[in-house]
Design a protein around this ligand. Structure first.
Ligand SMILES: NC(=O)c1ccc[n+]([C@@H]2O[C@H](COP(=O)([O-])OP(=O)(O)OC[C@H]3O[C@@H](n4cnc5c(N)ncnc54)[C@H](O)[C@@H]3O)[C@@H](O)[C@H]2O)c1
Length: 393
């Protein structure tokens, strides 16, 4: 195979990273751009000098008229299956962002389409490629900490509050925070535990981003639109220029304003929560998600019968403390690129996968587990009940 001829579908925020990476990688050639909003394709085409590349609003039209090896999908979470399934049906390799999709039915449909296509889907769970998490997994597998007993994971995400002015705030599009955000972390817990989840108990609430009396629906109209009265206002100058261009294009094309109030927006998800997961092999885990705190980090502590691992994604550090506490090993795992260095490795592994070379991949059946955990966590935090996962994984 010469270059991998790839179509990019869903030209929004995440694709600014993806298209930049694909254009820079000599193994790829971007040969089509697809977005239901043509203005988004135009912006990305201009930003990455792809104005000669054909543009489409429907994946079906693209598949019919462009000679492709692969399709890379960056549509919003609840719009993955509608692109993955036709692409697999046309015999293409598929890169699809996490989460695989947001309902059991659509997960099952993708898994079936992938099996029929002979296993051509690669799910972009990029955190599995972050050096800190790779090392934790490797040390668990090597027996360095003995049998795993407990896992504690947390995520504090400063950017997460902006979900409340984007589609991620709506379960109908993003599945709710337990899926749109926490599918990353549920996937890591599942991977580290090395066994299927047995049951989940979760608790969550919208504690901070609740309706604010006196605030307007859009920052531009709001009496609090100043640094003293609102830390959460939308500030055009603070946006990354490529994203600012996109949101301006969205406003012009479909009238969706970028400065929706984080407090007053309609939303059916939460801003902080804790989930407890029991795995079938006896490993138990807790996971905290918090998008109010105002800083960004993920940490993970895995404790086994011979030692404990403490990982910190932002600082790229990992410490192994033996049960004999004189046994201490420290690892510095700095890597270039977003998500603790993970982003740098994902699309290069996909290129290997398409070329039939050894690649680290998360296939759809495995990727679906994290979404099923998110669905169970949602049911649990809605009802206050422990949810058994026995029938789903
Ligand atoms: N792995 C990560 O770390 C990471 C980080 C950010 C986002 N993501 C994921 O990337 C995906 C995209 O997120 P985003 O923030 O870029 O969203 P976005 O809204 O900025 O972009 C999505 C784009 O998809 C288009 N779209 C929707 N349905 C479509 C369809 N059927 N056909 C063609 N185009 C369609 C929209 O018009 C929009 O331009 C999501 O699944 C998100 O969860 C992953």
């Amino acid at each position: 195979m010469n270059k991998i001829r790839i179509a990019v579908v869903g030209l929004g925020r995440r694709s600014t990273w993806a298209v930049e990476s694909l254009v820079a990688d000599p193994r790829y050639q971007v040969v089509a751009l697809v977005d239901t909003i043509p203005a988004h394709s135009n912006v990305i085409a201009r930003q990455f000098k792809l104005t000669d590349v054909p543009q489409f609003t429907r994946i079906e039209d693209c598949l019919e008229s462009v000679d492709l090896h692969a399709v890379a999908i960056f549509t919003s979470d609840g719009h993955h299956a509608e692109v993955v399934i036709p692409a697999l049906g046309a015999g293409k390799y598929v890169f699809v962002e996490k989460p695989l999709d947001i309902t059991h039915e659509k997960l099952d449909a993708i898994i079936a389409a992938d099996a029929k296509a002979g296993g051509r889907t690669f799910v972009g769970f990029n955190l599995r490629y972050a050096p800190v998490y790779e090392k934790i997994h490797e040390l668990i597998q090597s027996g360095a900490i003995g049998d795993v007993l407990t896992i504690q994971a947390d995520e504090f995400y400063d950017g997460g509050r902006t979900y409340f002015r984007r589609w991620n705030r709506l379960r109908s599009v993003g599945g709710g925070l337990w899926i749109t955000k926490s599918s990353h972390d549920f996937d890591l817990l599942y991977w580290m535990a090395g066994a299927a989840p047995k049951s989940i108990f979760a608790t969550a609430s919208l504690s901070y981003y609740k309706p604010r009396p006196g605030a307007a629906m859009y920052c531009r109209d709001c009496q609090f639109n100043n640094p003293r009265d609102c830390q959460d206002r939308w500030i055009a100058e603070d946006q990354v220029p490529s994203i600012l261009e996109l949101v301006r294009a969205t406003e012009q094309a479909i009238g969706q304003k970028p400065d929706l109030c984080l407090f007053n927006s309609d939303k059916d998800t939460f801003d902080n929560g804790i989930a407890t997961v029991d795995f079938v092999n006896g490993v138990r885990a807790t996971y905290t998600v918090n998008v109010v705190a105002g800083f960004t980090n993920r940490r993970m502590r895995v404790s086994g019968t011979r030692g404990t691992l403490d990982g910190d994604l932002e600082n790229a550090t990992l410490t192994l403390t033996g049960r004999d506490p004189t046994r201490i090993e420290q690892f510095n795992l700095k890597a270039e690129g977003g998500h603790g260095g993970a982003d740098g490795f994902v699309l290069s592994n996909f290129a290997n996968f398409v070329a039939g070379q050894p690649a680290k991949i998360v296939p759809p059946k495995e990727a679906a587990v994290a979404v099923r955990m998110g669905l169970a966590a949602t049911q649990s935090s809605d009802t206050g009940q422990v949810v058994s996962m026995a029938e789903r994984v």
